[in-house]
Design a protein around this ligand. Sequence first.
Ligand SMILES: [Zn+2]
Length: 455
Amino acid sequence: MRWHAEFAWLGDGVATDVLIEADGERFTTIIPDVPAPPDAHRLPGLTLPGLANAHSHAFHRALRSRVQADHGTFWTWREQMYKVADRLDPDSYRALATAVYAEMALAGISCVGEFHYLHHRPGGAPYDDPNAMGEALIAAAADAGIRITLLDTCYLAGGIGTPLKGPQLRFGDGTAGNWARRVDSIYEHTGKAGRLHARVGAAIHSVRAVPREQIAAVASWAKERQAPLHIHLSEQPAENEACEAAYGMTPTRLLAEAGALGALTVAVHATHLTEEDIGLLGATLTGVCMCPTTERDLADGIGPARDLRDAGAPICLGSDQHAVIDLFEEARAVELNERLRTRERGHWTAGGLLATATSNGHFALGWPEAGRLEPGAYADLVTVAMDSARTAGAAPGYTAEAAVFAATNADVRNVVVSGREVVREGRHLLVGDVAGMLREAIGAVTGEGEGEREE
Ligand SMILES: [Zn+2]
């Protein structure tokens, strides 16, 4: 395949008239300042590497709009989230996740990190295939045309010293040993089956949900396989208080002592940290996944993204509960949150923010060979219109700034994932009517969809 980009972000800046070639799923050629060959697909606008959504819970998409009614709190949100979780089975989850991942593709996302803990039947009994739900997510990503890292999540307790109960019973494997046996099977199957679009990593739900000695067991599983390990960290002050009370230390210190930090680990949120926590994460090169649209939606607070980056922790981005799915919005919020907090501008460049949305995210998901426009990298392209009402008039030298600070997911025109065209002129080529698919899949799991529509 051959493309010709009007503008393309090559990591160290924006180049013009860029010839891009791929053989199969990898780039072979990236050359700027070349006139368009007649057989090349023209890409007017700014072309970026594929975006990586490093933190997703696909089923939370069903909560959009519903959880904003009546001054919803974190707790009313959680109650509704459990209600949806209760209604999902492998078929309905596959349909919902396909629609959500198709929405992601339309937004320029070529790879998703699915933080997956909805493992078993309601009540906790395993499906005939104990990985049926994880398999549904891997199949959904294939149907939507994007790559996935299934971050299979160990979730053992409802809180420190509290057993799982009610809707949470589906999440649990009993022990980290049982979790590892189940995950080994999907991990090995995914490797052997030649599924080029999927990888399997590990996740620890949080220090609330996994006791100390079991944290170490999950961390060793990931380390032995050089697989990514993700964990929700200090999203709410209540987690820090519970951890201090039970263990006499912060969640970050607990993870450090359990051997769970390192360059293949990603701490998600990292909102309420001490100076020492920031130093520990930075010194171990632990990645941090910021989810600003979720953190503001749930009134979590503002994480210290700049201090973490300056300490050595690479920052990536996730849309988490999918209040919106728009990585441009996530990226600019990292800078804009910092501006509100410090009343100063200029903590991040547009290029630095694009790196959080692209190369850093792919690295965090265990795809270090993606997220860059260079020969050998995965052939993922996202073209952002520079002639929409939002971006028109951008200075030719500042298209990256226009993309990061003004564009939205609606400006994504063309998307190529692993060398395959998935979105053309804003239309999903595999799924077609993404909005219709979302409406139907969400109706099915909220119970609102049946017999209501007039058409
Ligand atoms: Zn999350």
